[in-house]
Design a protein around this ligand. Structure first.
Ligand SMILES: [Zn+2]
Length: 77
């Protein structure tokens, strides 16, 4: 499962890890996650990344950012 694009993405993307971490916390507290909406910026960012990977055929490696938002993948080429 470590080779799944989402798992790979989460290894690099702090905002998405934060989001999923909040979901895990909520699931542990409430027993389910359906009450937690995906924050629109995170949702858009994830979709953009996945579209970019489909287009290029491989993920773009980048070091995890410390505080700054991830660069827009559309501007990376
Ligand atoms: Zn992300």
């Amino acid at each position: 499962m470590g080779d799944h694009p989402l798992q790979f993405h989460l290894g690099l993307c702090g905002p998405c890890r934060d989001y999923l971490g909040q979901m895990e916390t909520t699931r542990a507290t409430l027993g389910h996650v359906e009450a937690v909406p995906m924050a629109e910026p995170v949702r858009s960012e994830m979709l953009n990344r996945f579209r970019s990977w489909k287009r290029t055929g491989a993920p773009t490696l980048s070091p995890p950012s410390s505080g700054d938002p991830d660069p827009d993948p559309e501007n990376r080429d």
